[in-house]
Design a protein around this ligand. Structure first.
Ligand code: RB5
Length: 143
């Protein structure tokens, strides 16, 4: 799969770790956002991901907590970003919410847990149950 990863400075190490794991698992990756540990604003990283997402199957956004970058990512109507701390949340984010972006907190989950969450997200399948599809459609309704 083609996966774009965006992070701020706080999540550079976790982003690099996940890229290594994803490449080893046979995925194509693109990185956007911070290039060094110099302060890099997480909303800018989310904006870069939103621009790159149409050329990818999924996105991953990471900041210290995963909160700020997921808030910004979810401002885009085409993005359903899910902040996950467990494999179950990642599975449900795909199955019930048809999430297309996984959000992680580098200061919240360890590297092994982040990889386990990422794998659960990538193998997840969006539900074909009509009530689930209808709810996801409602997520995109104009306010
Ligand atoms: C950066 O210090 C931190 O605020 C950021 O990575 C993120 O946690 C914001 O939600």
């Amino acid at each position: 799969m083609k996966i774009v990863l965006a992070s701020d400075h706080a999540a550079l190490d976790l982003r690099a770790y996940l890229v290594e794991k994803l490449v080893m698992a046979g995925h194509d990756t693109t990185e956007v956002g911070a290039l060094s540990t110099d302060a890099y604003d997480y909303p800018d990283a989310a904006d870069e991901l939103a621009n790159a997402l149409p050329n990818h199957d999924f996105g991953i956004v990471i900041c210290g907590t995963g909160i700020g970058i997921s808030i910004r990512a979810n401002r885009y109507p085409q993005i359903r970003a899910a902040l996950c701390t467990t494999e179950y949340m990642a599975e449900m984010a795909r199955e019930h919410n048809d999430a297309n972006v996984l959000a992680l907190g580098a200061r919240v989950v360890g590297t092994e847990q982040a990889w386990a969450i990422t794998k659960a997200f990538l193998v997840g399948k969006s539900s074909e149950v009509p009530r689930h599809i209808a709810r996801v459609e409602k997520l995109g309704r104009p306010i």
